[in-house]
Write a protein that binds this ligand. Structure first.
Ligand SMILES: CC(C)(COP(=O)(O)OP(=O)(O)OC[C@H]1O[C@@H](n2cnc3c(N)ncnc32)[C@H](O)[C@@H]1OP(=O)(O)O)[C@@H](O)C(=O)NCCC(=O)NCCS
Length: 396
């Protein structure tokens, strides 16, 4: 934090902002963001960790989408819609998923969302509130089914169908794993969906808002968000964090040293090679990511929880001392999903299954108060060149 902060400049009436839009605030939002004291991220007035620990998926989705926690009848209504829509994916969408080659499930997500748009919305996109909220709930319900279907087709050659009689989180975890989760497993999984639900103008949400600002449809905007989330500097970090921790575990076993001791040497070697440690660092949380505390409470209750928490705490201690960089949620969900026996390539799709709520809420906020997002560039390439015919262009 000792480095000078990048600055804005005005040149010829244009505002030149730092690369990566660091500390740039391009708009307001009522959905989520860092509170004015800079201490915590807020979901519609509540801290993200409070909602992550206590709210069900349906309650948190209602909060993010509509602005308040639901009353009993509203809770019944949103639950009924999400559970029903989960079971209403057109069969032709599943047929289309069967036609493509096995690939990372994030591709099934962007492809599947586009297919859902073709079947759910086709030509007729509208901007009235009831229509927009209805499609948001369809996407929230159906995206996880698409991801799970893609995974199961690619790895087991079959689709596990949704069961609308189950709670959303339990049913989604069942489709991913192929067996029925316990109530504790379902609740731990559900809380991570809530923790991932929204986070201000993160890269994928901003992508979704940019697409929304062209007045494209919600399905196209979400497909773009999924593409942005796939990158290892964003959602892809939870997968990479577990790969790293399992690599460290294997090396510790080979050396006959406990992982909670060996992790220090492992991190120091990586830092010496100037490698990034996945699951550490954040554009917003420079001191502590409060979402990790909620995930830690569930990790503790799942198999080998105490052991993994010792390893994570040691890794955090080393990173704090060496780089003054805190762990982020992805380090913790990486272990939690490992404890839940979730296949690694499904980690980032699960992030999307939570963030879909934020993406759709931001889509609605953007289109209902829209201005097309179109920054200006500072062109620094050559000027004044003239077209030269091919036969004269590359003469030696
Ligand atoms: C999240 C992330 C992209 C934030 O990026 P950012 O705000 O632009 O921060 P920077 O990448 O500029 O990092 C600032 C400094 O800390 C270092 N740093 C940041 N995260 C680091 C990490 N995980 N491991 C090692 N060094 C790290 C950077 O190398 C940089 O050092 P430098 O100034 O000497 O070049 C970045 O921390 C990162 O790549 N983390 C790993 C991926 C991850 O876990 N992503 C999930 C985010 S929820």
């Amino acid at each position: 934090m000792s480095k000078a902060q990048p600055e804005c400049k005005i040149e010829n009436g244009y505002i030149i902002v730092p690369k990566g839009l660091v500390r740039v605030v391009p708009d307001v939002t009522y959905i989520s963001g860092v509170d004015p004291s800079g201490q915590a991220t807020i979901y519609r007035g509540y801290t993200i960790d409070d909602i992550g620990e206590h709210a069900s998926f349906y309650e948190a989705a209602h909060l993010i989408l509509y602005g308040q926690l639901p009353c009993e009848d509203e809770l019944k209504e949103i639950k009924k819609k999400i559970d029903t829509y989960r079971g209403q994916i057109p069969e032709k969408v599943f047929d289309a998923l069967k036609l493509v080659r096995p690939a990372h499930p994030m591709y099934y997500g962007s492809y599947g969302v586009t297919l859902l748009g073709m079947y759910n919305a086709a030509y007729d996109w509208k901007f009235d509130k009831d229509f927009l909220y209805d499609h948001a709930l369809r996407l929230i319900a159906q995206l996880p089914v698409i991801f799970a279907a893609g995974w199961n087709l690619a790895h087991h050659g079959r689709i596990i169908r949704p069961d609308p009689s189950l709670d959303h989180a339990k049913d989604v975890l069942r489709m991913i794993r192929g067996d029925m989760p316990s109530d504790l497993e379902a609740r731990a999984f559900e809380s991570t969906l809530v923790l991932y639900m929204d986070h201000g103008f993160n890269a994928s949400t901003w992508t979704t808002r940019v697409i929304a600002s062209t007045l494209s449809d919600m399905y196209s905007a979400v497909a773009g968000g999924i593409g942005a989330l796939k990158g290892p500097l964003h959602g892809g970090a939870n997968e990479k964090a577990l790969v790293m921790l399992l690599d460290a575990k294997k090396k510790a076993e080979e050396k006959g040293v406990p992982l909670e001791e060996y992790i220090e040497e492992y991190i120091l070697e990586k830092l010496a090679r100037k490698e990034k440690i996945m699951g550490f660092g954040h554009r917003v949380y420079k001191v502590h990511d409060p979402r990790t505390d909620v995930a830690a409470k569930f990790i503790k209750q799942l198999p080998e929880g105490e052991y993994w928490l010792k390893v994570l705490k040691k890794a955090e201690e080393v990173m704090k001392r060496e780089k003054n960089i805190p762990a982020n949620i992805d380090l913790y969900t990486a272990i939690l999903y490992y404890q839940l026996r979730i296949p690694i390539p499904m980690f980032t799709p699960i992030f999307a299954m939570g963030r879909i709520v934020g993406w759709t809420a931001h889509y609605i906020e953007q289109v209902l108060n829209n201005k097309i997002i179109r920054p200006s560039e500072k062109y620094v390439g050559p000027v004044g060149l003239k077209y030269v015919p091919l036969e004269e262009r590359c003469k030696k």
